[in-house]
Design a protein around this ligand. Structure first.
Ligand SMILES: [Fe+2]
Ligand SMILES: [Fe+2]
Length: 351
């Protein structure tokens, strides 16, 4: 009983009872063996338990071994379990078919104890090795993710301090972006429906939307009151400077990971306007990335409802009214329609 917990499980599927018994005898000393006389019965068994290895007879009445193998590989619960084929006929085409469908090896019948043990031991060991590697890769990926998050915190902290330190603009816009992403995740329209992975990227990347502010002189960035046209021209460059900063990271890594792509999109496009009168590229409509259109709403709402050095804050109601007025000129009308229910929740964040 106590031993079963540590023994590796092997499922043997063969319609020939003699063969089934023989394999059980060979494997019993080292493994926990489950025997199944047909593919159908084996599928039932697999509902409750996933073995470490499967031995599968090719020729069976009912579901053939090939069909069974296809099922195993098509189910994510069993796709990575190594399968050893048992075949009575030698033939290149049979072997090739088995490997093509995903078997790791095959054993010719009649089987001998030495060959069965050697092959099974080898593939169990390889399976263990693969699992250890997978675990290691996952640990590394998790560590990388944590490092990326802390780098992100440092960078957004730098931007926040450049913006006057205590304004909270980045924290709040990230919260508005999260609410918008949540609203869009349930959108009926596939062009607006945000997947969890993309949504996560957009939320994290939104923290960097104003990273280009680091290059804008204090006299402009923190100027009390409205900017002069020549000052506004300098202010506008925070989009292209921010994109250039992220481009360097993309080139350095030789990889445009979905996060960096989303960050670049947001940084360069959060001041574009639906009617094409925005900056820096005067993009219009759906040429503006979805992430940039989301950010534009969050960013504008916050700069109205919390104000910025250049203008005094207005109420939540005023901010929503201005956004509605500017729908179709500044903002994507379909997106505003989908997000209709999300706006009241913006007020909670603001408070
Ligand atoms: Fe900006
Ligand atoms: Fe902003």
């Amino acid at each position: 009983m106590g031993n079963d917990a540590v023994l590796r499980g092997i499922l043997v599927i063969d319609d020939d009872a003699t063969n089934l018994r023989m394999l059980q005898e060979i494997l019993k000393p080292a493994y926990k063996v489950y025997a199944s006389p047909s593919g159908e019965r084996a599928l039932n068994f697999l509902e409750n338990r996933i073995p470490d290895l499967i031995m599968l007879d090719v020729e069976m009445p009912g579901m053939s071994g090939y069909e069974m193998l296809k099922r195993l590989k098509g189910d994510e619960r069993t796709a990575s379990v190594p399968v050893l084929f048992l075949t009575a006929q030698e033939g290149r085409d049979k072997e090739e078919e088995a490997f093509r469908l995903g078997a790791v090896d095959y054993i010719l019948k009649p089987v001998t104890a030495g060959v069965v043990r050697a092959r099974v031991d080898l593939h169990i060991e390889l399976g263990d090795y693969r699992k250890r590697l997978e675990k290691l890769v996952n640990q590394k990926a998790e560590r990388l993710g944590r490092m990326r998050n802390s780098t992100l915190k440092i960078l957004s902290g730098v931007t926040a301090w450049r913006d006057g330190g205590v304004s909270g603009h980045i924290e709040r816009t990230t919260a508005y972006v999260s609410l918008a992403v949540k609203g869009l995740s349930e959108a009926d329209d596939p062009a607006y429906r945000v997947t969890p992975q993309y949504g996560d990227c957009v939320i994290k990347a939104s923290r960097l939307h104003d990273i280009g502010h680091v290059a804008i002189p204090d006299s402009i960035l923190l100027k009390p009151g409205p900017l002069l046209p020549e000052e506004f021209a300098v202010m506008k460059t925070h989009t292209v400077i921010g994109a250039a900063i992220i481009d360097e990271a993309i080139n350095d890594l030789c990889d445009d990971s979905s996060f960096l792509t989303a960050a670049r999109e947001i940084v360069i496009s959060h001041h574009e306007r639906w009617d094409g009168t925005g900056y820096p590229n005067a993009l219009s409509g759906e040429d503006i990335p979805l992430s940039g259109r989301i950010m534009a709403i969050a960013d504008t709402y916050d700069s109205i409802a919390a104000g910025n050095p250049h203008k005094a804050p207005l109420s939540h109601g005023e901010a929503v009214r201005i956004i509605r007025d500017e729908t179709g000129s500044h903002f994507d009308p379909r997106m505003i329609e989908i997000l209709g229910d999300a706006f009241p929740t913006f007020a909670d964040v603001r408070a």
